[in-house]
Design a protein around this ligand. Structure first.
Ligand SMILES: Nc1ncnc2c1ncn2[C@@H]1O[C@H](COP(=O)(O)OP(=O)(O)OP(=O)(O)O)[C@@H](O)[C@H]1O
Length: 337
């Protein structure tokens, strides 16, 4: 999607409070408790009954995320973007989603974390056995979801360190643990800064304000490293990174992988998958089919017919060889154009 999607939390008035006991009502990252807003409430959340059952064979990894026949529209225009997504992610798995521009990859990622620009119109999304449709964005984050955005937004008036500290303490509260003061928190933060090779001066700058594209991406990975996640959804984390930053970020992500947490990578580039190795590669693609409704040719010499697109779906799933095939042959290897 275009690099300038709106701040999902722009409807919240920013505060500059640095108090750790009273969470700010604003935040880009939903780890911070947000004041509930009707805009965030999914009007269908009560009516969409999830029938998905999360069954696991003894000894096999637990299902972390199960998405069934998910459909979603743009909240404002009601244009349907997701047209029946199915996806299962187990603990410890890395999945990559590839696909042509505009096929719905970012929309899917944002729908998973509850972005208010979209409304779910059907299907189900279960995370750790809980119905995501019953959870606000901050609840999804506190349950262990984390998303890095293609274009991370600025949060004027909130320093990076205060932001991380508040988000950290929000997680602690959720876990029933005592909050940490600034000094204790810094001792946790400092090694993470080193792990993503980020200069400490970035901590006192307002979140993403004036950051270069690559610095924003690195800052997102710092947030992930500090807060942790059971499911990290990384939307084009590789875009805009120089060669060194690319490797630093990939290393930092790999260092976060455990047998219990999972990563969903949205990427256009095979190269990232050399560093962060996915077990599954899914392709979302705009398939355009031509249906001839008459054998009679029109004056241009073409058959009369209709074009129908089948985007907003995962059309193919496999291993890394799919990414190799796309690299060599492009999406025509998969789509019918
Ligand atoms: N808030 C929105 N308002 C209007 N159109 C939108 C909105 N969100 C998504 N779309 C449209 O939905 C389609 C899918 O967009 P999305 O950003 O999900 O694609 P993508 O697969 O991530 O693309 P890219 O690879 O270019 O990032 C596009 O045609 C996009 O213009």
């Amino acid at each position: 999607m275009a690099s300038s999607f709106p701040n999902p939390f722009s409807s919240f008035a920013p505060t500059t409070s640095t108090s750790t006991s009273t969470p700010s009502p604003i935040s880009l990252h939903p780890s911070l408790r947000l004041s509930p807003s009707p805009r965030f409430r999914n009007p269908r959340r009560q009516s969409l009954t999830v029938k998905a059952s999360l069954t696991t064979t003894p000894g096999s990894p637990n299902v972390l995320l199960q998405v069934k026949n998910l459909t979603a529209v743009i909240a404002e225009s009601k244009q349907e973007i997701l047209k029946g997504i199915d996806l299962v992610v187990h603990e410890g798995e890395v999945h990559a989603i590839m696909g042509k521009n505009g096929s719905g990859k970012s929309t899917f990622s944002k729908v998973l974390v509850g972005h208010p620009d979209y409304e779910v119109t059907g299907g189900s999304m279960m995370f750790k056995g809980e119905n995501l449709l019953d959870m606000e964005p901050d609840e999804r984050s506190l349950a262990g979801m984390f998303m890095t955005f293609q274009a991370p937004v600025e949060i004027p008036g909130v320093s990076n360190i205060d932001f991380l500290h508040m988000a950290w303490n929000a997680r602690r509260r959720k876990q029933g643990l005592p909050e940490l003061g600034p000094i204790e928190f810094y001792s946790i933060l400092y090694p993470k800064l080193e792990s993503v090779k980020m200069d400490a001066t970035f901590l006192n700058r307002n979140v993403n304000e004036g950051f270069s594209g690559g610095e924003r991406k690195r800052n997102e990975i710092l947030q992930l490293a500090v807060l942790g996640a059971d499911l990290a959804i990384l939307d084009e984390i590789d875009s805009g990174l120089d060669v060194d930053a690319f490797q630093d970020v990939a290393k930092a992500i790999n260092a976060l992988l455990t047998p219990n947490n999972s990563v969903l990578l949205v990427t256009h580039y095979r190269r990232l998958l050399d560093f962060i190795k996915p077990m599954y590669v899914h392709v979302m693609v705009r398939i355009i089919r031509f249906y001839a409704f008459s054998r009679i040719k029109n004056p241009t010499g073409r058959l009369n017919g209709n074009m129908a697109s089948e985007d907003g779906k995962i059309v193919k799933t496999g291993d890394i060889s799919i990414a190799d095939q796309l690299e060599k042959e492009g999406y025509k290897a998969i789509s019918v154009v």
